[in-house]
Design a protein around this ligand. Structure first.
Ligand SMILES: Nc1ncnc2c1ncn2[C@@H]1O[C@H](COP(=O)(O)OP(=O)(O)OP(=O)(O)O)[C@@H](O)[C@H]1O
Ligand SMILES: [Mg+2]
Length: 350
C-alpha cells in the first residue's frame, strides 16, 4: 500500500508520517519509509542522529543505476539514457516488491531500528548547493515516481512517503501514485486552504484523500475542522506533550504515546487497509501512461532525442504481471548489481 503525507509547511507531515511508520512497524508490518521532501527530516524523526541522516545514500544520486536496473530487458527502452522519471514498466522491466532483497534497496535503502521492529528508509537527497539554478525539486523526486511505478506491493505491506509542503507535489504525476493520501491540516485557515487546493487537483485524477487534523487543542479546533473539511476529515491528532518531548531530543517509546493519539494512528492504518479493495490496476497504469506522454511531449522527447511514446507497452498492466518468486530470479538480480551499473560510464546523468 502506497501512502503519502502532504500538507502545509510545518503542519506535521514528518511527525505524523514517522509516527505512522513506527505504529506499522510495531504491529510487525513490513514498511518502506521514503523521505521525498526538499528538507529531509524523516530520518531524524525516525531516531537517526543528524550525522547518520547525512550519511544516507540518496536516490537522486543513484538515478542512472536505478533506471538501468528497472528497465531490465524491456525491449522498448534502449538504454537508461532514454528512461525518464515517468517511463512506465513493460514486458521485461524489473519490478520491485516491498519485502525482498534487490540491488536498489542494497544501494539506496538503509535499515532503521525502531523501538519495536525496523523499517527500510529511502531518501531523495537534500537540495544541495550544486543543484541551485540547474536542478529542481522534481528531478529529486523523479526517482520516487519511478520506484512507485515499478512497485508491486500487496495487502498488509506499506510504503509511506513524507512529501514536500504545499502544492509543489502537483508539479509531477507523483501525487496520483498513492493508494491513499493523508493531508495533514492544522485547525487554521491556512491549514485548510492547502486542503482545498489539493482536493481540486486530486478530484480530476480520482486521488483518494483523507484529512488528518493535527495540533488540535480542544472541541473548538475540532469543530472548525469538521466545518471546513466535512466528511473528508478522518481523524484529529491532538497537540501533544509527547511530541514536544520527542522534539526536545528525548526518545519516548511509542507505547507511552497517549491512547487517543495512538488510536488515531490505528485509524489511519484501518483506512489504508480498506483502500486495498479500491485499487484499480488498470486506472493506475493508465495514469502512469498519461503522465509519461505529457512529460515526453513537453521535455522528454527533446532531451532523449527519441519519441518516448514508443516506450508505452499497451499490453502491460502493473499488478497483473506474474513476478518470479523470490529465489528464482535472485541470481539474475545479483549478477546485475546496481553498484556495477553505477560505475558504468554509459549511465545517464540525472
Ligand atoms: N501533534 C503535535 N503536537 C505538538 N507538536 C507538534 C505536533 N505535530 C507536529 N508538531 C511540531 O510542529 C513542528 C512541525 O512539525 P513537522 O516538522 O512534522 O511538520 P512538517 O509538515 O513536516 O514541516 P515541513 O513542511 O517543514 O516539512 C515540529 O516542531 C513538531 O514537533
Ligand atoms: Mg517535514
Amino acid at each position: 500500500m502506497k501512502i503519502a503525507f502532504v500538507g502545509k509547511g510545518g503542519s506535521g507531515k514528518t511527525t505524523l508520517s514517522a509516527l505512522f511508520i513506527r505504529h506499522l512497524a510495531a504491529a510487525g508490518r513490513p514498511v518502506i519509509a521514503v523521505d521525498a521532501d526538499i528538507n529531509q527530516h524523516l530520518g531524524p524523526a525516525l531516531g537517526l542522529s543528524d550525522d547518520q541522516a547525512a550519511r544516507l545514500p540518496s536516490l537522486g544520486a543513484q538515478l542512472p543505476a536505478i533506471k538501468n536496473y528497472l528497465r531490465g530487458s524491456n525491449p522498448r527502452i534502449a538504454s537508461a539514457d532514454e528512461m525518464i522519471k515517468t517511463t512506465p514498466p513493460g514486458q521485461g522491466s524489473r519490478l520491485l516488491r516491498i519485502v525482498e532483497e534487490n540491488p536498489v534497496y542494497a544501494s539506496c535503502a538503509r535499515p532503521v531500528a525502531l523501538d519495536e521492529g525496523s523499517v527500510r528508509l529511502l531518501v531523495t537527497g537534500a537540495f544541495t548547493e550544486e543543484d541551485l539554478g540547474v536542478a529542481c525539486y522534481h528531478s529529486k523526486v523523479g526517482a520516487v515516481e519511478l520506484l512507485l511505478n515499478h512497485l508491486l506491493d500487496g495487502q498488509g505491506e506499506y510504503l509511506v512517503t513524507d512529501m514536500t509542503a504545499g502544492s509543489d507535489s502537483f508539479a509531477s504525476g507523483l501525487f496520483t501514485r498513492f493508494d491513499l493520501t493523508f493531508l495533514v491540516a492544522e485547525p487554521t485557515r491556512k491549514g485548510v486552504s492547502v486542503y482545498r487546493q489539493y482536493k481540486e487537483y486530486a478530484r480530476d485524477f480520482g486521488v483518494a484523500l483523507r484529512v488528518v487534523g493535527n495540533k488540535v487543542q480542544g472541541p473548538e479546533d475540532l469543530e472548525f475542522l469538521r466545518r471546513e473539511v466535512g466528511e473528508d476529515l478522518l481523524a484529529a491528532f491532538s497537540h501533544s506533550e509527547w511530541v514536544r518531548r520527542l522534539e526536545q531530543g528525548a526518545e519516548p517509546p511509542l507505547s507511552s504515546l497517549d491512547t487517543e493519539n495512538r488510536a488515531v494512528l490505528e485509524l489511519l492504518r484501518t483506512e489504508v487497509d480498506a483502500a486495498f479493495h479500491r485499487r484499480d490496476a488498470q486506472r493506475y497504469t493508465a495514469q502512469a501512461v498519461h503522465f509519461h506522454l505529457r512529460n515526453a511531449e513537453s521535455w522528454g522527447n527533446a532531451k532523449a532525442g527519441v519519441d518516448l511514446a514508443t516506450q508505452v507497452d499497451p499490453t502491460f498492466v502493473l499488478g497483473s504481471a506474474a513476478l518470479p518468486r523470490p529465489g528464482t530470479e535472485q541470481s539474475a538480480l545479483t549478477r546485475t548489481s546496481i553498484e556495477q551499473d553505477a560505475a558504468d560510464p554509459a549511465g545517464a546523468p540525472v
